[in-house]
Design a protein around this ligand. Structure first.
Ligand SMILES: [Zn+2]
Length: 348
């Protein structure tokens, strides 16, 4: 399988995140992508290419301009607040929740950090914009290659993307790579695009971006938000709104779910995608469904990921895979590449 690799991913390297009252070392680390790259090379799974550079205007097809403006200058503003900030990650401390205004753009940088975010677990660092922008270009390059006839392509990048909304970051995500790829497929003339999110955590950003649209169907299999992050979205009764009613599908599963039940959910999701008659599929490929993941709660084992790849190949669609979560760092390479390998073996 063709892989588009973001070799700038290492410039986004958070030091700490807020976790239940403590600043702890980040779970989302550069080694994650390095393990996947090494596994791809060792198993000789196909060409690995750099992303093409696109006009940044394409990012505004999914994200608001005021959010993109904020992200592109955020680090400089953070350091301008206090020169000592150059050695500290930027984390938000204030949020405009219910009854506050979100339409006013405050002059205060800390106020804008809160306006454009929803948690304190997502540090913004010196290289965040550069890494995220190159990651979005990876997703766009993968989509472009699939449009030109490649059966599938894999965008290997971090930071991940599926928690990022049109105008907010959170959950380690800044630009929504899967949504950017799906929109690019639509803009190139694919009538109906399906996005399938198999990360342990609900893809709240992707859902929100496409919630009122009938041309992009969103399906997510994830830990039940009653107990699992991101808590405030991902329930089964969220089915879309307006024109999008019926084109959003959430399949929450209880913490502790094993592969047999998870695979039933995948087959169910793929039936829905087949009924939608999609012209292309974007897979938000999170590997934190793994039994050894430190921040998740399903019990999938490494060989199970081969079966997932096979099931996805059976959908018979041109497919863009986008790397999302997966925090059992030593195993994330084998698990990710098993999905891609299972996929390729089934179409070969
Ligand atoms: Zn996740």
């Amino acid at each position: 399988m063709l892989t588009v690799f973001n070799d700038l991913h290492t410039v986004h390297h958070g030091k700490v995140e807020m976790f239940r009252g403590q600043l702890v070392p980040c779970f989302e680390v550069p080694a994650r992508a390095d393990y996947v790259l090494r596994e791809l090379q060792e198993r000789n799974l196909g060409l690995i290419v750099p992303p093409v550079v696109f006009d940044e205007a394409v990012l505004a097809r999914v994200h608001s301009q005021r959010y993109l403006d904020f992200l592109s200058t955020a680090w400089d503003e953070w350091v301008a607040l206090d020169p000592a900030n150059v050695d500290r990650d930027a984390l938000p401390s204030y949020w405009p929740i219910r009854t506050f205004r979100a339409d006013v753009l405050p002059a205060s940088f800390p106020a804008r950090m809160g306006l454009f975010s929803y948690d304190a677990g997502t540090p913004l660092t010196a290289g965040t914009w550069q890494a995220a922008r190159a990651g979005a270009f990876c997703a766009l390059t993968a989509a472009a290659r699939v449009l030109r006839g490649e059966r599938a392509a894999f965008a290997l990048t971090r930071p991940p993307g599926h928690h990022a909304g049109a105008d907010f970051f959170g959950g380690y995500c800044f630009l929504n790579n899967a949504a950017i790829a799906a929109q690019a497929l639509r803009d190139a003339g694919v009538d109906r695009v399906a996005v399938l999110d198999i990360d342990y955590h609900h893809g709240n950003g992707t859902q929100a971006i496409f919630y009122d649209r009938a041309d992009v169907q969103f399906t997510s299999i994830h830990g039940d938000p009653h107990t699992e992050y991101p808590y405030y979205l991902g329930y089964a009764d969220e089915r879309g709104a307006g024109d999008g009613l019926g084109f959003n599908r959430n399949i929450p599963l209880p913490r502790g779910t094993g592969f047999e039940k998870w695979r039933d959910a995948l087959k169910d999701a793929l039936r829905g995608i087949a009924e939608f008659k999609a012209g292309a599929l974007v897979v938000s490929l999170g590997l934190d469904t793994f039994e050894g993941d430190p921040i998740a709660g399903f019990t999938l084992a490494t060989p199970d990921y081969l079966r997932i790849g096979e099931d996805l190949a059976r959908a018979g669609l041109p497919t863009v895979f986008v790397f999302e979560g997966g925090y059992a760092v030593a195993e994330v390479g084998a698990n990710a590449v098993n999905v891609l390998d299972g996929f390729m073996q089934h179409i070969a």
